[in-house]
Design a binder for this molecule. Structure first.
Ligand code: DP6
Length: 324
């Protein structure tokens, strides 16, 4: 009754921003991501009748009540599926540097969904696993698959049609994703809280919903045609629109720092010189720069010269879930 799974994190090219159901984690819009090779989580889950509570270790350290409660809430979904009532020891190794500014929740919940369902003898297919991972964190449902992945928002109230589907294999189109870290001491507004406030209060949210559907269609077309310029233009516009919604929220907020703008500026300057590179930004100040592998070196060197850049991690499309 023990299983270990490995899941990689992902970066959204068309963002998931807003829920229609908080409890079931159902999104208001479909999204599209690339699973990344460099960052992942490995999780072992062992159910044991002698345990009187769930226990959670992260990077070898036993976690306190708050973090363990989140893991327990997730395990309850798996226990419900099987009728099993046993508690579990969950041990996770996060190979997602905290400094990388990636939410480890995507790889974390994808690995937890895979390991816990397998440990209880459930043989879930990708679709069911994706729905299960979604209950932990929305973006986790996309980390079940490698390469380019779409999370179909679904329309059903119970969420049975809200899951990720693979759209292009990791080896089919190599792109470079440079994850650019900047110094930041700002207190973080978590994506869960930020998107909720935006949905509830931002008059720009309707505009986001209208535009994002169209952008998703264009991005999928660009992937199909391997048209990098079309994909880049679209993903950058989509990220900017997501961030624009937060300025209309009440109270307003934004994730960008001066250094965020410096990087955007630098990438746009490269573009004016004919080099195709584009930015995307999640719920934080760090920037991911996407370019073609032939331009990776030049982009890295140029960004590395900016004083406020702390570190740059170079990623490529990575694999989906695996069992160890
Ligand atoms: C900006 O998946 O972390 O990174 O479902 O509330 O856990 P919850 O949110 P989460 O949100 C990710 C938001 C984003 C965009 C994206 O990854 O699509």
């Amino acid at each position: 009754m023990k299983a270990t799974a490995k899941a990689h994190t992902n970066i959204a090219l068309i963002k998931y921003w807003g829920k229609r159901n908080e409890e079931l984690i159902l999104p208001t819009n479909s999204s599209l991501s690339i699973t990344l090779d460099l960052f992942y989580t490995e999780t072992t889950v062992e159910f044991d009748e002698r345990l009187t509570t769930d226990i959670f270790y992260l990077n070898g350290e036993e976690k306190g009540t708050d973090e363990t409660a989140k893991v327990s809430r997730f395990l309850n979904h798996v226990r419900k599926l099987t009728g099993d009532t046993r508690f579990a020891i969950v041990s996770s190794q996060n190979h997602v540097p905290t400094a990388a500014g990636f939410a480890s929740s995507a790889s974390g919940y994808a690995a937890l969904a895979a390991a816990s369902s397998k440990a209880l003898g459930l043989e879930l297919d990708g679709k069911e696993l994706s729905k299960l991972a979604r209950r932990g964190s929305g973006s986790a449902c996309r980390s079940i698959y490698g390469g380019f992945v779409e999370w179909k928002k679904g329309v059903k109230e119970d969420g049975c049609d809200s899951y990720a589907v693979p759209i292009l294999d990791q080896k089919a189109w190599n792109l470079s994703i440079l994850s650019v870290m900047i110094e930041s001491k700002q207190k973080k507004i978590l994506s869960r809280e930020g998107m909720k406030r935006t949905v509830q209060t931002s008059p720009f949210y309707d505009g986001w919903l209208k535009a994002t559907e169209q952008e998703l269609r264009i991005a999928k077309k660009a992937i199909e045609k391997r048209d990098f310029e079309m994909l880049g233009e679209t993903l950058e516009k989509n990220a900017f629109k997501m961030h624009a919604t937060t300025l209309g929220a009440d109270p307003p907020f934004f994730y960008w720092q001066p250094a965020t703008l410096e990087i955007i500026d630098c990438v746009q300057h490269l573009r004016s010189q004919g080099l195709l590179a584009y930015v995307t930004i999640d719920a934080g100040p760090n920037v991911k720069v996407i370019c073609q592998p032939d331009d990776e070196r030049k982009v890295f060197q140029t960004l590395n010269e900016i004083d406020s850049v702390k570190e740059i991690f170079v990623c490529h499309p990575g694999p989906g879930i695996s069992y160890l």
